[in-house]
Design a protein around this ligand. Structure first.
Ligand SMILES: *[C@@H]1O[C@H](CO)[C@@H](O)[C@H](O)[C@H]1NC(C)=O
Ligand SMILES: *[C@@H]1O[C@H](CO)[C@@H](O)[C@H](O)[C@H]1NC(C)=O
Ligand SMILES: *[C@@H]1O[C@H](CO)[C@@H](O)[C@H](O)[C@H]1NC(C)=O
Length: 293
């Protein structure tokens, strides 16, 4: 059966932790909501509070559902690394075409896996796939697991190459790019594809419709005179993007700073309220993110 797993998003903002434990974990659900009341009204370090909350609910015990801690901030993950054994997931929320070696070795010091955007895997132009980037091969060569966000069933969010077929899209990312998991708003689609599908792992007899699409194949068919203008190159992730100053205790952070967050203010990075549900499967990790946009 599906083993449920929690994905917890942690940023430098206080979280509504009541919700973290009242959400139905038995169904794989979990979430941390941006509600900047803890630091201001309760004067608590959000990281310690997340750790305590999970410990009280026995999520650090053997046999508990897997918990993944995700952050865009390396200093947050380093703190978790000091204090816990959860899987630590670094999220790169910008589109990057490559990762410098120094940035890679930095990431290795605080994360087990990385979440990247779909656009960091394949370059696109006018919704045509044009090429693969170096991002996934680089991460995989450092033994980091790669999860990709966000997959949707709606065809408007897909490149033409996938022929409006969400299973073809996920299949290409898994088989061609070799990613380790997807973050999707439609977990049944990936579940159907990878747990129940008998058309995979058939080797040479794999039916054509279960083969990944050829990257850039469709784009090459466009008549030269109608080609869209070439896209600017996508930047690499560099070490300076990854390194963060160490965390100051929350009591030293003024509530009006961008880190503490004024009431109702947008938190830094892409720290919107997030709800996530995750499953592990034999070959593919599937993380449902219903509010990840
Ligand atoms: C917040 O915590 C710090 C350190 O624990 C303490 O020095 C400070 O007095 C506390 N502030 C309030 C308002 O409780
Ligand atoms: C990745 O893991 C393999 C097998 O465990 C090991 O041989 C290799 O040295 C590792 N590579 C890096 C860059 O850590
Ligand atoms: C990395 O840092 C450079 C220089 O500060 C900046 O222009 C770029 O947007 C950053 N990239 C990412 C992915 O954060």
């Amino acid at each position: 059966m599906i083993k449920s797993m929690g994905l917890i998003f942690v940023g430098l903002w206080p979280c509504d932790l009541e919700e973290l434990i009242t959400l139905p974990w038995s169904q794989g659900g979990c979430g941390v909501k941006n509600a900047p009341y803890l630091a201001k009204e309760k004067n608590l370090s959000v990281i310690d509070t997340v750790i305590d909350t999970l410990r009280k609910a026995d999520y650090d015990e053997p046999g508990a559902p897997n918990v993944m801690i995700q952050s865009t901030d390396s200093s947050v993950l380093l703190k978790f690394k000091e204090k816990t054994k959860y899987e630590l997931v670094y999220m790169i929320d910008e589109i990057v075409g490559d990762i410098d070696d120094s940035a890679l070795s930095d990431i290795k010091t605080f994360a087990h896996s990385v979440v990247i955007k779909r656009g960091s895997v394949y370059l696109t132009n006018e919704f045509f796939l044009t090429a693969s980037t170096k991002t996934v091969p680089k991460l995989k060569s450092s033994n980091l697991s790669v999860y990709v966000q966000t997959f949707h069933n709606e065809f408007v969010s897909q490149e033409w190459d996938f022929m409006s077929d969400p299973t073809e899209q996920i299949n290409t990312f898994v088989q061609d790019a070799g990613i380790n998991g997807v973050i999707t708003g439609f977990p049944q689609t990936a579940d159907r594809l990878y747990r129940r599908n008998r058309c995979l792992n058939l080797g040479n007899s794999t039916p054509n419709y279960m083969k990944p699409v050829g990257i850039g194949g469709l784009f090459q068919l466009i008549d030269k005179s109608s080609l869209p203008p070439a896209m600017a190159p996508i930047p690499s992730l560099i070490e300076a993007n990854v390194t963060e100053p160490p965390l100051a205790p929350f009591s030293q952070i003024s509530p009006s700073s961008s880190i503490g967050g004024a009431p109702g203010a947008q938190p830094p990075h892409n720290a919107q309220p997030k709800i996530a549900v995750c499953f592990t499967m034999s070959s593919l990790t599937l993380l449902l993110a219903s509010l990840l946009l």
